[in-house]
Design a protein around this ligand. Structure first.
Ligand SMILES: [Cu+2]
Length: 468
């Protein structure tokens, strides 16, 4: 039995083994099933229990949601690179659910996406996932269920948590580690035409949120992050929001970006603000060199008002938390890139994303090369060992954080800027923009590519890459 990490105890609710396999074998096939699921005699290393949760974001703000083991985020899973781990998922709700291991190389049957052949976890049952965690870095896990119109399910809920894969030798140069997961709450479907004039009149419903948090509290509630002058603090920041970008700053301080989506960047740079689309992670080191009580939160006043932020308090300092507008809020992936071009790909594939407007009061649909899921199965087919360049064109006025499961890709172009060496699993496409990335087809099995906006993926923005 693995010892729970000291930061956040993991409740091991059930030491009994469960027999898995019959249900899984019906959905997935091939040798991977034996890697993904083993007949179980022993207890799991970890158990995640999906259950309803009453989340107190602030004294007057109680959210009824779902979560893992009674906390938001769920328990921190700190795993060792390559050391097999078994995790039992127990579903104590009345609907099927599923957990995806985001940013990890996990065989399709255990990756936690039903479109890849991973089985759902039915109400009242337990499924065991066994895999060797890799690659190292800041990963996360979350529900990969369909939410549709239901704004309480999947990514709209509290069903997410950090999963950190530690290298076999750790070379961290920091004094303190702080994990922050941003999320938006209390979504409702609205017609933007009713709120703002000037939008395309044929646009469909969008989700608008009433509150936001860093971890389980709105800004100004809960305990501050306590630091000391002279410390170097590693912040691992995750945007776990279902659909919203976050643009954040720590008043009076700068961030040295050392990793994007958990992968070290070739050129660490110091910046004033961070921008994360849904599902993105940024690891930053902050030199604590300006004693005071500061706000770490959204750069827009409205974002902080709805709760997006947390207070950072130096030892022996007191008073009202201070906010200072950051001098510069540009965000550009390419400044973290390396020198020289990326290797040439074996093949280039083009993906065009378009919106089918739902009209006032209707739901928008999304297409990839003119088709919506499930007609995007397969989206394209790959050969093991080949390097592919995916050239993506966002022909819509919306942002799309595009996520590729089970692989890491290298950004090669953003707009007309070429770059190399920035490795990610999710890339944000701003409105009417183009990006290109390369990946090596080195993890056979059906693999999802989709927009990480819950409403976009539910409305067709998803495709399946397959291996020949
Ligand atoms: Cu999208």
């Amino acid at each position: 039995m693995r010892k729970p990490s000291p930061e956040q105890p993991i409740s091991l609710l059930n030491r009994r083994g469960f027999l898995i396999g019959a249900g899984a074998a019906g959905v997935a096939s091939g040798a991977a099933i034996n890697e993904a699921y083993t007949q179980i005699a022993n207890g799991p290393d970890y158990t995640l229990r999906i259950a309803p949760l009453r989340l107190e974001l602030a004294p007057n703000k109680i959210i009824q949601t779902y979560g893992y083991n009674g906390s938001v985020p769920g328990p921190l899973l700190r795993l060792r690179e390559g050391r097999p781990v078994s995790i039992d998922i127990h579903n104590d709700t009345d609907i099927d659910d599923i957990i995806h291991w985001h940013g990890l190389y996990v065989p399709s049957p255990a990756d936690g996406a039903m479109e890849e052949g991973s089985p759902m976890v039915e109400p009242g049952t337990t499924r065991r996932y066994t895999f060797a965690p890799r690659p190292t870095g800041t990963r996360w896990y979350h529900s990969h269920d369909v939410a549709g119109k239901d704004l309480t399910r999947s990514l709209y809920s509290g069903m997410y948590g950090f999963l950190i894969v530690e290298p076999t030798s750790d070379a961290g140069r920091y004094d303190r580690e702080v994990l922050l997961a941003a999320h938006h709450w209390e979504g409702s479907w609205v017609s933007m035409q009713d709120l703002r004039k000037g939008l395309p009149p044929d646009n469909g419903l969008e989700v608008l949120y009433a509150s936001a948090s860093f971890n389980d509290k709105m800004l100004g509630h809960g305990e501050p992050i306590r630091v000391r002058e002279g410390e170097r603090v590693l912040f691992r920041v995750l945007n776990a929001s279902p659909t919203e970008n976050i643009n954040i700053a720590l008043a009076g301080h700068r961030f040295t970006v050392i990793a994007l989506d958990g992968n070290p960047v070739p050129s660490p740079r110091t910046v004033d603000t961070l921008f994360l689309a849904p599902a993105e992670r940024v690891d930053v080191v902050v030199e604590m060199n300006r004693p005071g009580v500061w706000i770490f939160g959204g750069i827009k006043d409205d974002d902080r008002k709805m709760g997006l932020g947390v207070v950072v308090e130096y030892a022996n300092q007191s008073g009202e938390p201070q906010w200072l507008p950051p001098p510069n809020s540009q965000w550009d992936y390419t400044i973290f890139g390396g020198n020289g071009p990326a290797p040439s790909p074996d093949e280039r594939l083009e993906l065009t994303f378009e919106k089918v407007p739902g009209g006032h009061g209707g739901y928008n649909r999304w297409t990839i090369n003119g088709k919506s899921w499930p007609d995007t199965n397969p989206l394209f087919t790959t050969l093991v060992g080949k390097r592919y360049r995916i050239a993506m064109n966002n022909k819509s006025g919306d942002n799309h954080p595009v996520h590729l499961h089970r692989h890491t890709f290298e950004i090669t172009k953003v707009g007309d800027k070429t770059t190399s060496g920035v490795m990610k699993d999710t890339i944000n496409m701003t409105r009417y923009s183009t990006v290109e990335f390369d990946f090596v087809a080195n993890d056979p099995g059906p693999t999802l590519l989709h927009c990480h906006h819950q409403d976009h993926q539910d409305e067709g923005f998803m495709g399946l890459m397959t291996y020949l």
